[in-house]
Ligand binder design. Sequence first.
Ligand code: F3S
Length: 641
Amino acid sequence: MIMNLTQKILKEHLLSGNMTAGEEIEISIDSTLTQDSTGTMVYLQLEAMNIDRIKTKLSVAYVDHNMLQTGFENADDHLYIKTVANKYGIVYSKPGNGICHQVQLERFSKPGWTLVGSDSHTPTSGGIGCLAIGAGGLDVAVAIGSGRYFVKMPKIFNIVLKGKLKPPAAAKDIILYILGKLTVKGGVGRIFEYSGEGVKYLSVPERATIANMGAELGATTSIFPSDERTLEFLKNQGRENDYRGLSADEGAVYDEELVIDLSEIEPLSAAPHSPDNIKTIRELAGQKITQVAIGSCTNSSYRDLVIVSRILKGKTVHPDVSLVISPGSKQVLTRLSKSGALNDIIASGARILECGCGPCIGMGQAPETNGISLRTFNRNFEGRSGTKSAQVYLVSPETAAVSAIYGVIKEPSILHKDIFDEVHEDDYYDDNMVIKSQGDMDAKVIKGPNIKEFPVNKPLEDSIFKKTVLKVGDNITTDHIMPSNAKLLPYRSNIPYLSEFCFSSVDSDFHRNCKNNEGGFIVGGDNYGQGSSREHAALVPLYLGIRAVIAKSFARIHKSNLINSGILPLVFADAKDYDDIEMFDEIGLNNLQSRFKSGEPIKALNKRTGQEMELLLQVTDRERDILLAGGYINYIMNFTM
Ligand code: F3S
């Protein structure tokens, strides 16, 4: 059967379902990654699963996001991740070893493997021919514990690369060009598969830059074939044994296609405040800048930084500009040091930061008020830099380095052509900041005071009688449910503490009402749970004993987070019934088991009014089973392991 590259990898990993776009499939997972900001919750969830060994071939826990140690919280998180990784046989990458996606690409990902990671830029490994998907923390915990992952089969979108880039255009400009064409919504429900003769002119780090920013298109993932360039990259990592050639069959069929002539692409920038607000550098040239930041999982490879060093060599950073550089990994930094490139960077007046996410996640280097910052990163949303009034432009490392010298946005010179062509990866590598463990179930896991257990629900009873502990209107966001601000961020692994802030902007008594009534029901209007995909907006209500949310309608992702937590998302059959419910009304849900199975509406009795309402459970068969089991963790334990 003739298949494209995505179909080939999915077919090798398919456990259930058929590969029809829009239908749910279950695939086996070879590898996982976590970073520290999402990782603590992933490992608390994994512990709650009570497994005796991990089911992936390789799982890696990175510390690269919250590396500031201005209080005990982050350091406690790191220690917890290190010790829990040791217990389960998960590889631990120490703080300073590098950004998860850069290190994963260099040291771990393999062509033809599947990877799920609790970070949205996990698709970076698509640059090496790995099918790499960013997922929610619970999905990653389940993938580690069961080796399985469920996903709606995306459409496969073929991007055909014709011709060759003309310097000074760079790989970053290719993905900025695609973002300009397809927008930040253009990839939703799609996998971008790259093909065409233009692919062979791109090295693995360049392909990874493109795959990385597929996340900004909203894509499920992006993937490149594995070819001689992949072999060359793996050889330089001492990993040629991990090589496997992979590409689409001749005549493979795709759902959609876009042909791009690489020779027509010129240096570009994503102007404030969206990655798809694309302008040419020619249009922006002359704009004064105050900061240049080079790094992030998009552009911090050895190749990127050697090019930067060649541009900076013998020059001085403009007096009005602060140039900060965060190498993607310890390996990149060591290679730069060995080759002398680091000297040229330092001599120019650049500031070297440690290997990690740093300014990309707002850990330092916030620009000054109204500052204009040129960044090689992947996101430029308002305020993400830490300064609300700052204007952030996303550019290639080439444009960033040249502009840092001149103090204005400037196109790299065509004279740099030779630089772009001649860079070859060094072959230095070592893993001495990586701790590999065989797993030791008796090993001690150290949980500082900031690490609290993960709440697990119980299987669904046949009837539930509870009070209405909150009644809210339409368009309640996940931010209303569980606020996330700088003060609360270090407490992501401390659900009891976070619970004191649940719905705090809506009803300051909510936390107390839940405690006094041993949980209860929430009654909501239309579009309940809209906004960010925050899992904590379901986990915290679960901790507080919320058994069901009865609403006029739900936002899609929050509904699925409620289901994963075992909280019933029930919809009024008649929206007018919403008006009849008052705070503290006691509601009884009866014959849940039989009605779940038959698909009949659930009858709810309001004790105060004596009236009966009909409530609908609009879920798939698998979601119904998850609710019966009392949440995703119980479901995986009971039904599929
Ligand atoms: Fe880190 Fe920024 Fe990438 S936070 S993982 S460098 S998007």
